[in-house]
Design a protein around this ligand. Sequence first.
Ligand code: AMP
Ligand code: MG
Length: 313
Amino acid sequence: MATTPRIAGEEALDEAVAILRGGGIVAVPTETVYGLAARADSDAAVAAVYRVKGRPSFNPLIVHVRDFAAAQALAETDERAAALAEALWPGALTLVLPRRADAALAPAVSAGLPTIALRCPAHPLMRALLERCEFPLAAPSANKSGAISPTEPAHVAVSLGAAAPLILDGARCEAGLESTIVALRGDGRWEVLRPGPIDRERISGILGAGNEAVASSGAIEAPGQLAGHYAPVKPLRLGAVAPEPGEFLIGFGEIAGDTTLSASGDLAEAAARLYRCLHEADAAPQPRIAVAPVPREGIGAAINDRLRRAAVR
Ligand code: AMP
Ligand code: MG
């Protein structure tokens, strides 16, 4: 048994396919964060993902498909889903759709829900993997449940160790934040369940703002909605303009800090660097973390969403 994971590039694709085909798990790069992949049609493989992450069984997984046709084999799609996929797939958008009765999916993937979350990722290595697999891949973020998401192979290795024996190296994640999750309801309404790299204006531009559902009832449908999630080990203070004693400050724009999300105040850069900075802050000698204010426009909404959850203990 390996005691440390192996990090390998494109040359390990065939090996990754063989592991997945046999019901094993492989850590994979995507443009959002690294995922812990398993074949979505196998109860045992999906169970291994929940076990390795320590993920509660009520928290469903996102299933990754190679294209919209593959999505149509798993979910009931309509013209709204087709329009979103046409405009934004492959990309950082997850669609929550009614699960097809005949879908070849392990029941645990959707944690007993009648819906399924589907995404077609853009990362070239993940796409190459999906092209080679004759099954869809369930892949939540490749970290212990509730912890900071991984945006580079080393983060996966530290969080999961030998439990994820092979990590496909696709360099740093470009977007750096988990996908935007949009639920398409049967009554014609739609709802953003989790903000992400694709902002709601982009979605409403395609689906029409008038059909956006009012914020959900409070029942947790996507555990990305859980108050405490994506959290560092240390306490975190938001909206900091200067560090207090014992704080590692993550800056933004004019607030320099010990490290910065983006010195130039660029929100896309801040999103891409958010988890990297949180990992760095967790590893720093200071016992606490502070983060400078980040504007809320565009992807800033998703950054603030993650920061708010990271601050809840
Ligand atoms: P992660 O893979 O760690 O980014 O988490 C996946 C997110 O997708 C979680 O917030 C899940 O709750 C959400 N999700 C997966 N399947 C569904 C579904 N059928 N309905 C609503 N949310 C879902
Ligand atoms: Mg996660």
